[in-house]
Design a protein around this ligand. Structure first.
Ligand code: PFF
Length: 474
């Protein structure tokens, strides 16, 4: 027994020695960086929208189930694939399975990241404009926040400019590197964001007339659950947890060999889910108090930019200076939450280009920044100049969102679970999860079962249902 233990510790030491050359995150830094990737606009902007579109509390429940049953196992798989190979996502699959087509899973992730980064940075750019409004106290004199937002989003210049600014800042941090760029930024921003969200929840739920909004998010109406709700919940879970596109795999390639993968994954998923639900508790009670109907078709990507300015004015109507301070801090922190996510997407593509094509990190980052900024222009203009352009019923922005988040992320998640469940060497998986026998895990069989059957079948069912071929949920 003692000999076995000594052997395990020696194994871990060897892998620590082998690891020394690569930049790496500290233990807390690893969780905060991955949580920084996970917590972003998806929690604060997209989760409430999806909840509104899909009937409220019932969606939240399906969402939590998706996180536990599908999200966590895939996240754990991404972590162990990344950490065991210490390489960018395409190389990771190639290293684990040389001479097979599995490398395409990594490449697909890079493509998905590319698409998401392009439209995500547009919304991130909007947050910069709104931080400006907050700073110059523009909200105070406004009566119609909807008109204010629509006018801004339709403008051909400012949304594009802010997109560029956002891509540029992301670029600068990426070029600084893993430890002094990514880890440092995450360590400061995540705790601050959490505190601020807690304060905002408190303000929102104590607003007069907020009860209907609270009801909407805590009383499930199960008749609302159909295939589309499940598909949206799953898409949202993958999007929000940043899984299915090699982002966590890339970050885990910077984890130290003694990082506890299971614990890190649970921490990241819990932080992410908590912040998403708390955002619901900011938006819905405030919206109810302001008299918005969130179940109807007026729930669009603009919600956060229309409802929240109202929250600040309402919540602190007796103390305008507090409204001012809160608005400024909230939008600045929204920017920073978005930033930790854009950094993580950028890192996936930059690591891929620089390692696969042997170019400097700087040059790779420059290519990623320019290409995404270029594609982002079309997404930004979807709300104005290109508003009438609806190929197959969706704007360009909506296509980017739908293709990447509803289709490619879950598809990537399915491939990752098939890879880890069926193809990956189980001893290697076990060694990674137990840090070579130095920690105990009890869920290995369940994990493999979920990865082999539950996750791929659930995702497959939902896709079939989505195409209408398999209408069993209605
Ligand atoms: N998880 C991020 C959010 O919720 O805003 C978005 C995201 C980041 C998706 C990184 C995918 C990704 F790889």
């Amino acid at each position: 027994m003692i000999i076995l233990h000594v052997f395990s510790v020696l194994n871990l030491q060897f892998s620590i020695m082998a690891f020394k050359g690569r930049e790496n995150f500290g233990r807390v830094g690893a969780v905060l960086a991955a949580a920084g990737s996970a917590v972003g606009l998806g929690n604060i902007w997209r989760f409430p929208i999806e909840t509104g579109r899909n009937g409220g509390a019932a969606f939240v429940l399906v969402y939590i189930l998706c996180v536990i049953i599908l999200g966590l196992p895939v996240m754990i798989s991404e972590f162990l694939i990344g950490r065991s190979t210490q390489a960018n996502t395409a190389a990771a699959y190639r290293k684990l399975s040389p001479d097979t087509q599995w490398k395409w899973v990594g490449r697909l992730g890079v493509l998905t990241g590319f698409l998401i980064l392009s439209y995500y940075s547009v919304v991130a750019g909007w947050t910069v404009e709104y931080a400006g409004y907050a700073l110059f106290n523009t909200f105070a004199g406004q009566h119609d926040y909807k008109v204010m937002f629509n006018d801004f989003a339709a403008d051909p210049f400012w949304p594009v400019l802010w997109l560029f600014v956002f891509m540029f800042v992301t670029h600068v941090i990426i070029v600084r590197g893993v430890k002094s760029g990514i880890e440092r930024v995450s360590k400061i921003l995540m705790p601050t964001l959490f505190l601020l969200i807690m304060m905002l929840v408190f303000c929102s739920v104590t607003l007069p007339g907020s009860g209907a909004g609270i009801d909407f998010i805590i009383h499930p109406d199960f008749s609302k659950i159909d295939g589309m709700v499940v598909l949206s919940a799953m898409g949202q879970a993958f999007f929000s947890l940043s899984i299915g596109m090699g982002c966590l795999c890339t970050y885990a390639s910077y984890f130290r060999p003694d990082t506890n993968i299971t614990r890190s994954a649970i921490n990241v998923a819990s932080i992410d889910t908590m912040i998403a639900i708390m955002s619901g508790f900011i938006i819905f009670p405030a919206a109810a108090s302001a008299g918005y109907t969130l179940t109807a078709g007026d729930v669009g990507p603009s919600l956060i930019f229309i409802t929240l300015p109202h929250v600040f004015q309402q919540a602190f109507s007796g103390a305008p200076i507090l409204a001012y301070i809160f608005a400024v801090m909230f939008y600045v922190l929204l920017i920073l939450a978005a930033l930790t996510s854009t950094i993580s997407m950028h890192e996936v593509i930059t690591a891929y280009l620089s390692e696969e094509f042997e170019m400097s990190r700087k040059k790779a980052a420059r290519m990623v920044t320019s290409a995404c900024a270029f594609l982002g222009i079309f997404c930004a203009l979807s709300f104005g100049l290109l508003n009438g352009f609806h190929p197959m019923g969706k704007t360009i922005f909506d296509w980017f969102d739908f293709l990447s988040s509803t289709i490619l992320l879950p598809f990537g998640g399915m491939l990752i679970s098939l890879f880890a469940g069926w193809h990956l060497n189980k001893k290697l998986m076990y060694d990674e999860l137990t840090n070579y026998g130095t920690i105990r895990i009890r869920y290995f069989k369940i994990l493999v079962f979920i990865l082999r059957f539950v996750a791929p079948i659930a995702i497959g069912f939902i896709f079939l249902n989505e195409t209408g071929l398999f209408d069993i949920f209605r």
